[in-house]
Design a protein around this ligand. Structure first.
Ligand SMILES: [Zn+2]
Length: 363
């Protein structure tokens, strides 16, 4: 609203990252060949990458209102390619695809943008990409996202202009959700459960099943009794829970995006509609939802054990070992697709938690 900045533009969608947005606006005015957006997941890097892409393609430098800005931010513009990893890592095949895309002539304007999310998972692909990122054709701009810059990424990072994103504080998430019309009590709950991620906080805020799921995860430690039979029952219930979690709000958001696309097709035709890109992204988001939910459940469990430790409702050594197991599982989640086995073996390593403190504390 104030100062010398434009009153509103496409970067307004990037919440709570003022310093990053200053750099992004500058980048849009005088772009170089590659940007590296570094920060934890859910801090708005993806939104920022698409906003930068929109600003680079929009005839008005990222007005946020025109049809070009709309297609780019909806993820359906043919000159903005988002190259997602297919397996656990970004592989050689995708590096080849990225090189091919970089060499291609733009469809509509003088420029195209290649966005590479999760570049910290690109170990094997890095050498194959170094040259093209360092010196792409003049029409290509790279926007690369990474959670952190690992030693393998240092060389490629030095070829990019780096823009840092900080985690979003819970208060900012709450205020953002309240401003979007969410009840404050709900906003506080989901902000807490979102791990500092605005995208996930928004999804949970629209999910009526969220409170029940949280209660189910919280109840797990008091249900454990050291028997494998109980573990099997609880693990099966949790896997069911993962299957239903937040699917309804996500699919209804997807339906709205499809309707928006159909509107655009009606106005300007099928060409460049991004139909396939949109369908692919929706499939991916549904798959990721399960991982996010599992990660959230693990965090809830860890919270229960930390509280129980403080209140002496659990054997101390066993709880610490349990917390250790929880952390290991959370860190290796990406390599572990078998949810049932994963949960069973985890629950076997977690001690039961009592409802009240024991008067005489044990070991
Ligand atoms: Zn525009």
């Amino acid at each position: 609203m104030g100062g010398g900045d434009p009153v509103s533009d496409v970067f307004d969608r990037v919440v709570g990252q003022e310093s990053a947005v200053v750099h992004l606006r500058a980048a849009a005015r005088a772009p170089v060949h590659a940007y590296l957006l570094v920060g934890p997941p859910g801090t708005g890097r993806r939104t920022a990458a698409l906003a930068l892409a929109a600003a680079l393609l929009c005839p008005r430098g990222g007005c946020g209102e025109c049809e070009v800005c709309a297609r780019v931010t909806a993820g359906v513009h043919p000159d903005v390619a988002v190259v997602e990893r297919e397996g656990a890592f970004l592989g050689i095949d995708q590096a080849r695809e990225i090189r091919r895309l970089a060499m291609r002539t733009p469809n509509e304007g003088p420029r195209k943008v290649i966005v590479i999310p999760e570049f910290h998972l690109a170990q094997d692909a890095v050498p194959a990409l170094l040259k093209v990122v360092e010196e792409p054709p003049p029409s290509t701009v790279f926007v690369i996202l990474a959670d952190h810059v690992s030693p393998e990424l240092v060389t490629i990072a030095s070829r990019c202009v780096r823009i840092d994103f900080g985690p979003l504080p819970a208060e900012l998430l709450v205020e953002t959700l309240v401003a979007e019309g969410i009840d404050r009590a709900v906003a506080v709950d989901v902000a807490d459960a979102s791990g500092g991620r605005l995208d996930r906080a928004r999804l949970l805020a629209s999910d009526p099943g969220f409170a029940a799921r949280r209660a189910a995860w919280r109840a797990v430690p008091s249900r454990l009794d050291g028997s494998g039979a109980t573990v099997a029952v609880v693990a099966a219930e949790l896997v069911d829970l993962l299957g239903s979690a937040a699917v309804a709000p996500l699919t209804s958001r997807h339906a709205a995006e499809v309707a928006e696309m159909e509107e655009r097709v009606k106005r300007s035709g099928e060409r460049g509609s991004g139909r396939k890109v949109l369908a692919d992204r929706h499939r991916r988001e549904l798959r990721r939802l399960r991982t996010d939910e599992l990660r959230y459940g693990l965090a809830v469990l860890a919270g229960v054990y930390r509280d129980a430790l403080v209140e002496r409702r659990v054997d101390g050594a066993a709880a610490l070992a349990g917390l250790d197991a929880l952390q290991q599982v959370a860190e290796n989640l990406i390599h572990n697709p078998g949810e049932t086995l994963l949960l069973q073996s985890l629950l076997l390593r977690l001690p039961p938690v009592r409802a009240t403190a024991r008067v005489s504390t044990g070991t």
